[in-house]
Design a protein around this ligand. Structure first.
Ligand SMILES: *[C@@H]1O[C@H](CO)[C@@H](O)[C@H](O)[C@H]1NC(C)=O
Ligand SMILES: *[C@@H]1O[C@H](CO)[C@@H](O)[C@H](O)[C@H]1NC(C)=O
Ligand SMILES: *[C@@H]1O[C@H](CO)[C@@H](O)[C@H](O)[C@H]1NC(C)=O
Ligand SMILES: *[C@@H]1O[C@H](CO)[C@@H](O)[C@H](O)[C@H]1NC(C)=O
Length: 494
């Protein structure tokens, strides 16, 4: 009898708890749905290519800022802290590392064929002029000499079709804009090329992908004065790290795997993110039989193909992906990126970027000694930038969005009256997406000049790093110290 009574009480408790749960669930659902500051997106349907932009994204101000940042539309690309120094410092050269522009997703997503990736770009005057000019130029001999190993590559992305991993017209537009603002700074303001451009004043590398080639072509079109490419030769960059020697390293895999494991652990500590990815996976997969998307960064990339092209997020049986799902994933990636750079990540990057860093230092040497080249451009990927930033040990940086830029500016202190071309009078600064990051480079002990103003625009503090600091940093004894090694080969030994 007593047991029966106890059981009844227990059942009662469970019932009450159950009801409480349901009420709580309902309340939280109701709160999300009626959050006035962030109205939920209107019912979404993937709009077909011919329809005008239905941009739920653009009406949602606070959240759209985050998405705008990720998508980096051309009108957002503006000059910021590039080329701001007192006139006593003379610009001797620049190295520009680029990420390709906006592209289609890396894997097939649902309704990809109905997303119009050329929307708002393809029809613009700037784009039309570029298309007709580049088609014309491509028939000339200078173009054939210029293009070298990329001869067979198509000049332009498809007008509207969003293809997997390929550049979009929006990506072209981004680089047309970026080239334009950098031309104004380095060639018009600083007159970096002087009066006569010579062969090898400008060196251009691109990885052998269509998207990096087409990006750099658009970039050069608006960057090079009058688009005179007769004295430029496009070269093939080896791998995402543009490595020519000291590249292959078995140990890299070991650090990569370690870092992968660390990231898996981060994700385990965020079950909400995993759950979110699991929930929207069936809405994003191209086919039911396709492989599941479980990595939040892969999911974020897939979702950008909708939000960056004004397409509505996909729905299925009235369940839709919401804009806040996308922003949650972006926030998660930002969080993951901000975690203290672990030694595994930094070490992998250092091994991958060693060749490129050596190349950069050798180029600085030539810029100082021969005043040549003046400009070096690397057209690469987000990884190219990440590895470089990690191997410079920049503690905290936003992940590189489409058409990101990392620029090294080399200056000579011309107020030194004698011996001024001596290398100790040369300084450099790194500007990443318009932000001066020189002072975040630990080995620099950067020299801070002062708060500069250019017109009414405050440019922030200007920091410089002496060239000799970079030279000592990449000296093998120094660079491979944390591997307990004194050379690349030794650091790579298993
Ligand atoms: C989107 O894809 C689904 C099948 O995955 C299809 O039924 C639907 O018609 C597509 N919508 C558009 C606008 O193409
Ligand atoms: C095409 O290029 C030729 C020279 O190569 C030039 O004379 C002509 O005006 C160009 N046409 C257009 C439409 O730009
Ligand atoms: C540049 O040279 C001037 C004059 O010799 C000197 O006062 C100044 O400190 C130098 N700048 C740097 C960053 O060393
Ligand atoms: C230039 O400066 C360096 C370092 O201070 C010095 O060793 C060298 O003798 C100088 N050269 C001349 C020509 O003054």
């Amino acid at each position: 009898m007593r047991w029966h009574k106890k059981f009844k009480v227990l059942r009662c408790y469970i019932l009450i708890l159950g009801w409480l749960g349901i009420i709580l669930l309902f309340l939280s659902y109701w709160r999300v749905e009626t959050d006035v500051a962030h109205p939920p997106p209107p019912p979404l349907q993937v709009n077909s290519g011919s329809q005008p932009v239905l941009s739920s994204v653009q009406h949602e101000k606070p959240r759209s800022k985050k998405l705008r940042h990720q998508c980096n539309p051309a009108d957002r690309i503006q000059r910021h802290q590039e080329g701001v120094l007192p006139s006593q410092y003379e610009l001797s050269g620049v190295m520009i590392v680029l990420r390709h522009g906006d592209r289609g997703p890396l894997l097939n997503v649902r309704n990809l064929s109905s997303i119009n990736c050329g929307q708002k770009s393809y029809g613009t005057q700037v784009y039309k002029k570029y298309v007709s000019d580049i088609l014309n130029v491509s028939k000339t001999n200078s173009y054939i000499n210029f293009v070298g190993p990329f001869m067979k590559y198509p000049l332009l992305p498809l007008p509207s079709k969003c293809s997997i991993g390929h550049l979009t017209p929006q990506g072209v537009l981004q680089h047309l804009q970026l080239g334009k603002i950098l031309k104004e700074i380095y060639f018009y303001e600083f007159n970096l090329l002087g009066n006569k451009q010579q062969l090898d004043d400008i060196i251009v590398y691109s990885t052998k992908y269509r998207r990096t080639f087409q990006s750099v072509l658009a970039f050069l079109y608006s960057f090079i004065p009058k688009f005179d490419i007769s004295k430029i030769r496009l070269r093939e960059g080896k791998g995402v790290s543009f490595c020519e020697n000291d590249c292959h390293c078995e140990k890299t895999d070991y650090f990569d795997q370690k870092y992968d494991q660390e990231r898996k652990d981060y994700r385990k500590s965020h079950p909400g993110v995993i759950e979110l990815v699991r929930r929207i996976n069936p809405l994003i997969k191209a086919k039911a039989s396709a492989e599941d998307i479980i990595n939040p960064l892969v999911m974020r990339d897939a979702l950008l193909s909708y939000v960056c092209h004004g397409a509505a997020l996909p729905c299925n049986n009235e369940r839709c992906v919401k804009v806040e799902d996308v922003t949650s994933l972006i926030s998660y990636e930002e969080w993951e990126g901000k975690q203290k750079r672990t030694s595994a990540q930094r070490r992998a990057a250092k091994l991958k970027s060693y060749g490129l860093l050596k190349n950069i230092v050798a180029t600085i040497d030539r810029m100082i000694g021969d005043a040549k080249p003046r400009v070096v451009i690397y057209s690469g990927h987000d990884k190219t930038l990440k590895y470089l930033l990690d191997s410079l040990a920049i503690p905290n940086y936003p992940v590189p969005y489409y058409a990101s830029r990392l620029i090294l500016e080399l200056y000579r202190n011309s107020s030194v009256t004698h011996n001024s071309s001596h290398r100790m009078n040369f300084f450099f600064r790194f500007v990443y997406n318009g932000k001066d990051i020189t002072k975040s480079i630990p080995f620099c002990d950067s020299i801070t000049i002062k708060q500069l103003k250019s017109g009414s625009v405050k440019r922030g503090t200007i920091s410089m790093c002496s060239v000799s600091k970079l030279e000592s940093y990449i000296r093998p004894e120094q660079y491979f110290k944390e591997f307990s090694a004194v050379s690349f080969r030794e650091a790579c030994r298993k």
